[in-house]
Design a binder for this molecule. Structure first.
Ligand SMILES: [Ca+2]
Ligand SMILES: [Ca+2]
Length: 156
């Protein structure tokens, strides 16, 4: 009888630890991606790219039309990342062209560098200890244009 209680107790503890682990994972997923997992723009990306894991997102109005869009950095292949913009057109979503993105430790910072819309974004990261960054702007809802950068070819 005592052994059974002990076993039950161990099972309960394991169950609680499992739940806690799941809770922590859910939370880190949100923080890690930089966006609510239920975000509709993110869901649109996942629908159109079922085989690509999302690495990081930035939620900001990229074309200066008053609606927030989603910049997505995703896994394109082995040690190869890409980024793309999901644009909220007001009655649906569309994708920009994609471009390369840093493989390790990617970061996205939005900053209106020239004080004229649309906003620019700085993407930085590394690969094998080599760092790089570039400033981008979305042009005509299509091209993610690299305006200025350094070392991007070493980290992408
Ligand atoms: Ca927009
Ligand atoms: Ca600007």
């Amino acid at each position: 009888m005592k052994r059974n209680i002990k076993r039950l107790l161990i099972l309960s503890v394991l169950f609680i630890l499992g739940l806690y682990g799941y809770y922590v994972k859910q939370n880190t997923d949100t923080n890690y991606l930089g966006i609510d997992p239920d975000n509709e723009l993110l869901l649109f990306f996942k629908e159109t790219h079922p085989n690509n894991d999302v690495v990081l997102c930035g939620y900001e109005d990229l074309n200066d039309d008053g609606r927030k869009d989603l910049l997505v950095i995703y896994r394109e292949g082995y040690r190869k990342n890409a980024m793309i913009a999901v644009i909220d057109t007001g009655d649906g979503y569309k994708l920009s062209d994609h471009t390369h993105a840093p493989v390790e430790n990617p970061k996205i910072v939005f900053k209106d560098i020239d004080k004229t819309g649309p906003i620019e974004f700085i993407v930085s990261g590394s690969k094998d200890g080599k760092h790089g960054y570039a400033i981008f702007r979305l042009i005509d809802d299509k091209e993610i244009r690299d305006l200025f950068g350094e070392g991007m070819e070493d980290c992408c």
